[in-house]
Design a protein around this ligand. Sequence first.
Ligand code: SF4
Ligand code: SF4
Ligand code: SF4
Length: 255
Amino acid sequence: MPFSSGEKWRPRAGFFKFSCCTGCGFELAYFQRSLEDTLKSFDFAFFRLASSSGDFDSLLDLALVEGTVTEPFQAVELKKIRKNSAVLYAVGSCAIAGGIPAIKAGGLELEIEKRAYQKKLYRLTSIRPSVLGDYVKVDGCVRGCPPGRHDLEEALVSVLLDRKPEFIEYSVCVECKMKGNICLLVDEGLPCMGPVTNAGCGALCPSCHRACYSCFGLMGQANIPALKDKFRQLGLSGEEIERRFTLFDGLKLKK
Ligand code: SF4
Ligand code: SF4
Ligand code: SF4
């Protein structure tokens, strides 16, 4: 593995993947170079992106899990990971709220299978998508698509220091204002999801003059009706509004 080292005691960790693009795993293993030293403080027993070997059944201090559950075997594996792990964090919008794989939850499973796989080359076993929390207790959420450095680091450091993680829990608007951006929603009437979206990306899109589309997912206590009203005033149709609010949070909103 790229970040294993051979000294002193280190907590044992695993990174697991269900249905998703694997972007969260890439982010942790390869794109957040400032986390390399923190990662070296762990003994990764299982992380497919980093090593083709590894022990799936290992007992763990920390399990990080990305992706949506869309097949029965994944639910079984997830329960096993939970049983083996002292702490389990859901990583990324797919694991927390359904993310992109949850788009198919809006239709009938068999019809979607037929549309996606017109030539049935192998036996499909897909089921309606579910977030991790539907099957097991989740100890915390590392939000994002993929998550930013702060929350990834917090997930690791909280286990190293044996304390509760302090994940970011405020809106993208806070980060946007801290960057000194002029508000796209107020000033230009663009349908920006920043007011209801959990921060962590550094207001990436508004800083590039693009409305936030909520890839970090809806934050707790988001005032959804107020922003929907605002979007209606801007002339968006009911369907357009619904799409914005369910693109990454399709499953969470349907509960
Ligand atoms: S949350 Fe985003 S980056 Fe992470 S696995 Fe899902 S789609 Fe990929
Ligand atoms: S541009 Fe978007 S994220 Fe920035 S302050 Fe306005 S609504 Fe919030
Ligand atoms: S869509 Fe919103 S949450 Fe996602 S990176 Fe852009 S500004 Fe951040």
